[in-house]
Design a protein around this ligand. Structure first.
Ligand code: GCU
Length: 334
């Protein structure tokens, strides 16, 4: 009898422990010896400024929390593509990620705003908008889908690169197959340049370029360089058609389980990392352009006005929508 009771007791303890483990695993947020561990994953390489800024965030978080909170960062898409990472966050199996706002459009349609070409007057306008109430509203919009934006990382401006022929003027894009992010607005943008958009996950672009699945792609200088895409697509045309930021997201599920002071420490670490990443971005953009040129890629500086003229009509597609309204607000923002 006693044996049966103690067996039942042990089974009971074992299943309670299993349940606890499951909750911790589900939360992407384990607790060991009173240390909260947050799992964070992203798609870029470990040499990317974005990754380095995250390591800095981890350092700051340990500092602010007196070692009671830790951030584990997984790079290179090892836990999934950006779209998959967003979904993993929604169910709480990873605590945090950094994605481009493009794949987030499928979940939060307002994010399409960043794929509207030539929206920002210059870098200062772009930063001011992100740091304003507009940026704050966009950070909080993902709450509808169980995600919470904590900050923006700079991802510069995106420009086209091609394998076989250089793009000197917008007309050169006609009929070319161009890889785009998983974003409807990016599809529209590339279509309005007269090219044929093909959505492909970031980790598969290199092979797609190499095997001729696409004729080109588009990205910012650090990503063009650090992904090695310049090795296969040697023509880089700095037309800077869009300025699509990266967003730092936390699972709402995990956020709700943090104590108020833990949220504060985390937000402080994020803010410091955001400031650090902006500095790093400037340097790394220069480094990337110099490095790809030194490696034999051709960097073309075209007449940007001509490119902007070609896609002017795209703004009208958003008339009467939330994105159309945002376009007006951003244009009027000083
Ligand atoms: C940028 C962005 C990445 C994204 C990539 C892409 O580099 O920072 O988050 O994956 O573009 O084109 O997919």
């Amino acid at each position: 009898m006693r044996r049966a009771v103690s067996q039942r007791y042990r089974r009971c303890i074992a299943s309670a422990l299993a349940a606890l483990w499951l909750v911790a695993a589900l939360a992407g947020c384990g607790r060991q010896d009173d240390v909260v561990e947050l799992k964070m994953a992203h798609a870029l390489s470990a040499t990317h400024p974005v990754h380095r800024a995250m390591l800095y965030m981890a350092e700051r978080l340990e500092h602010h929390s007196g070692g009671t909170m830790r951030l584990e960062v997984y790079a290179g898409g090892q836990l999934g593509s950006e779209r998959e990472l967003i979904e993993l966050l929604q169910i709480g199996s990873i605590a945090m990620t950094k994605v481009s706002t493009s794949p987030l459009e499928g979940f939060v349609p307002e994010m399409k705003i960043f794929n509207v070409p030539y929206l920002f007057r210059d870098e200062a306008h772009y930063y001011a908008v992100l740091d304003s109430e507009i940026g704050e509203q966009l950070l909080l919009a993902p709450q509808r889908v169980r995600l919470r934006g904590l900050g923006w990382y700079d991802a510069g401006s995106r420009s086209f690169y091609t394998v076989t022929k250089p793009i000197e003027a917008p007309g050169d894009l006609a009929g070319l197959k161009i890889r785009v992010q998983e974003s409807q607005a990016a599809l529209q943008m590339v279509t309005s340049f007269g090219a044929a958009p093909t959505p492909i996950a970031f980790g598969e672009i290199y092979t797609a370029l190499q095997q001729g699945v696409v004729d080109g792609a588009e990205n910012n200088p650090p990503s063009y360089y650090l992904s090695g895409h310049y090795e296969v697509a040697k023509y880089y045309t700095l037309d800077e058609h869009t300025t699509v930021p990266d967003i730092l997201l936390i699972s709402q599920y995990v956020w709700e389980r943090l104590e108020p002071e833990q949220r504060e420490w985390l937000q402080q670490a994020v803010d410091e990392s955001v400031a650090y990443q902006r500095e790093l971005w400037r340097e790394e953009t220069e480094v990337a352009l110099a490095a790809v040129e030194a490696a034999g890629a051709r960097v073309i500086r075209p007449d940007k006005e001509a490119f902007a003229g070609q896609v002017n009509g795209i703004h009208a597609l958003f008339d009467g929508t939330a994105v159309g309204e945002l376009i007006e607000r951003i244009r009027a923002f000083h």
